[in-house]
Design a protein around this ligand. Structure first.
Ligand code: FAD
Length: 362
């Protein structure tokens, strides 16, 4: 009852690649921060989820990271030093970006819950109750790690960690680690951990390695597969899961070291490790789940129409529009969950939402 109330037209939630791209385009169309739109972010500083990435993820170990609209990343680097940590370089770039374009992000402001009353969205945060006609939700996936459930998970005496918890390989020294997952993160962490301790690698399906380089056509193909899924209301797959794994020099080295010795998924977790259907057991101190993330959309539960499959039917040019609630856009969700995708999605979401809301595009 004592909360400050603040009324605007469009609320952008999240200031990562997708949210900043949206804010840039809103400003470019002449909308003012405050009366016309606001941008909120839960994190303490600029950088979106990049500020949380593990220290060994450097500019040479990320894939291609796309620029934000209107300013190049390269020009914000002291020198094009590829050993710089992504968790430092990217947030630095975002910070300069916000300054350059006067994008004042309200932070740290975590959106707890969004609901509809009298045709307006109410965006509830700890101190302020914002209200808006439309929402551009760009909250990414980092806040919603996914760990599949397996029988016995509660019995395990060791530690269960997720990609999100990884800081350094040293932490795993002297422990046997079961690494779960077939994505890029799984491979990168398996590489680092297997250099300091023993590992067992398990994946649901046999991993598919593809020769470098990965051409643009294959990239488009992967994105359109995810695009088609969300347009049909199915939960998205990660774009990487449909592109396959690059056969990088690290992977070739891991093969030589005997680390790429993949086992199928175990069927249960025991007190001391994991167990397969055929009765084989592996003792483990840590199970590291590199099983991905889902859209961090919990705060939208009351306003997002979900299908029985758990997915959301998406529409619009880049599938950012919630088909059954076109006043909500989700740039960065599904096919746009990459830096290049989030960039484009932010721009398209702005134009389509302004049209839906009847706000003139100047
Ligand atoms: P984010 O960057 O996650 O930003 C979301 C923001 O929303 C955060 O700042 C968060 O604080 C905020 N937020 C979340 N919930 C709330 C809430 N309830 N209230 C308020 N704010 C909230 N992509 C590439 O293109 N190239 C790469 O090389 C690459 N490498 C990657 C490496 C790793 C390890 C991972 C995990 C991802 C990588 N990606 C890469 C994917 C890419 O980082 C993301 O797709 C993209 O940056 C996501 O941008 P975003 O704006 O959607 O989300």
């Amino acid at each position: 009852p004592d909360k400050i109330r603040y009324k605007t037209k469009i609320a952008v939630i999240g200031a990562g690649q997708a949210g900043l791209s949206a804010a840039y385009h809103l400003k470019k169309l002449g909308l003012a921060i405050g009366p016309d739109f606001i941008i909120l972010d839960a994190a303490p500083s600029a950088g979106g989820a990049w500020q949380y990435r593990w220290p060994s993820l450097t500019l040479s170990t990320v894939n291609k990271v796309h620029d934000l609209p209107g300013m190049s990343f390269e020009e914000t680097l002291e020198k094009a030093d590829k050993t710089v940590q992504a968790s430092i370089a990217e947030p630095h770039y975002y910070e300069l970006y916000e300054q350059k374009f006067g994008i004042e992000v309200y932070r740290p402001v975590k959106v707890e819950n969004v609901y509809l009353r009298n045709d307006r969205f109410y965006i509830d945060t700890s101190e302020t109750l914002f209200s808006a006609m439309g929402i551009i939700n760009a909250t990414g996936t980092w806040e919603n790690p996914y760990i599949p459930s397996y029988p016995g998970a509660d019995l395990f005496h060791g530690e269960q960690l997720h990609t999100k918890d990884f800081k350094t390989a040293d932490y795993f020294k002297g422990k046997h680690v079961v690494v779960v997952g077939a994505g890029i993160s799984a491979i990168q962490l398996l590489d680092q951990i297997s250099k300091v301790t023993t590992t067992t690698w398990v994946t649901r399906r046999p991993p598919v390695f593809r020769e470098l380089p990965f051409d643009e056509a294959a990239g488009h193909n992967a994105v359109s597969l995810v695009d088609e899924r969300v347009r049909n209301g199915l939960p998205p797959l990660s774009v990487v899961s449909v592109t396959g794994l690059p056969l990088s020099p690290e992977v070739i080295d891991m093969k030589k070291r005997g680390v790429i010795n993949r086992f199928p998924m175990f069927s249960e977790i025991t007190r001391d490790g994991v167990k397969w259907e055929d009765g084989r057991e592996q003792k483990a101190d840590i199970i590291l789940w590199n099983t991905g993330f889902k859209g961090a959309l919990q705060h939208l539960d009351a306003v997002l129409p979900r299908e029985q499959s758990g997915g959301i039917i998406m529409a619009g040019r880049l599938a950012t529009m919630v088909a059954k609630e076109p006043r909500i856009h989700l740039p960065g969700y599904g096919p746009s969950a990459s830096t290049i995708g989030a960039n484009r999605a932010g721009s398209v979401a702005v134009r389509e939402l302004m049209t839906t809301l009847g706000l003139a595009v100047k």
